[in-house]
Design a protein around this ligand. Sequence first.
Ligand code: SF4
Length: 316
Amino acid sequence: MKKDFPRIVVSACLLGEEVRYDGSGKLDPYLVHTMGRFCTFIPLCPECEAGMSVPREPVNLWDDPASPRAVGAESGFDYSRGWRDFAMRRLGELSAEDPWGMVLKSRSPSCGVRVDVHTGCGARKRAGMGIFAAAAKEHLPLIPVESEAGLYNPSRRENFIVRLFAFRRLRELLSGNLSRRDLTLFHSRERLLLMAHSPEVARAAARVVANPATEDISLRHRRYSELYLKCMGMRATRAKNLKAIAFGASQLREGLRGGERAELEDAMERYRLGELPRLAVLTLLYHWARREGHHELLSQHYLNPHPLESRLLSLG
Ligand code: SF4
C-alpha cells in the first residue's frame, strides 16, 4: 500500500540523521510522525553528498540573492560551483525516482527555501534561496517545494498538500499523448481548484484551452502548464476559497432544498471565521451535488480530492 503514497524528497537532517555541520540532526516531529504515516520519504543531504564531512565548517551565502556564493565561514572557500554541479547531477537522478514534492530544511545555505544572503554592506541581508533549493525550483518546476517550518503554518501546509496532488495530475497529463480533448477534460476538472487560487489566472488558462487559434498542441499544453503552475503557486486564501465554493453552489441553483442554502451559508461563515475546516464545507456541497446527480460538480478535484489528499489535509 505504501508504494502508492506520495514520494517526498526530504532533507536528511529533518528525519533525524546526524548530518548537520555540527554533527547533529534536526528531527521534525510533524513531518516524521504525522505526514510520515501517509508519505514515503527520499532522504537527501546535499552538502554531505557533495563530499563535505560531518562535522564541517558552517557556510554562509553572500552577494547576489538571485545567484549567491556559498562561502565557508572559517576557510573562506567558495563552495558554490561544486554545490551547483552536484545539484544538477542529483536532480537528474531524483527526477527518475518520480518524486511528488520536496520538504527542505529552512535557513540552510543548501536546502533553505528562504535564507539570509549577506550583501557585504555592513549587517544588511537580503532574502534568497539555498543553492540546492534554488536549483530544484528551476529544474523541477513541476515538483512543489516547502520548508519544514512552512508545514507548521496551516495555510502553507494546505497549499503544499494540494499542490502535491495537483502537480501530480499535471505531470500525468503531460506524460500522456497530448490531445486537445484530454486538456479540455483536465481543465474542466480543475476549474474550481484554480478559481480558489486565482480567478484571473484561471480565466487565462480557460482561454488557452478554448482558443482555436493555437493549433500547435505542444504549445497549447506548454502555455496551459505555465498558467496552471502560476495559478497553483498563488495562495488559496479563505476569501478566494469562499468565492469558489459560492460559485460551485450557484451551479446547483434550485437543487438546494428547504434550509440547505441557509445551512451552506452558515457553514461558509463558520469557515470564514476559522471555526470549520474547508473540507467540511466542501463535503456538504459534494453531498448535495451527488444527490442531484450534478456530474460537472462531482468531477471537480476541488470537491472530491484524492483519498490520501483528504487524509493529509485532515491531519492536525
Ligand atoms: S539542511 Fe540540508 S545540507 Fe544541511 S544538513 Fe540538512 S540535509 Fe544536509
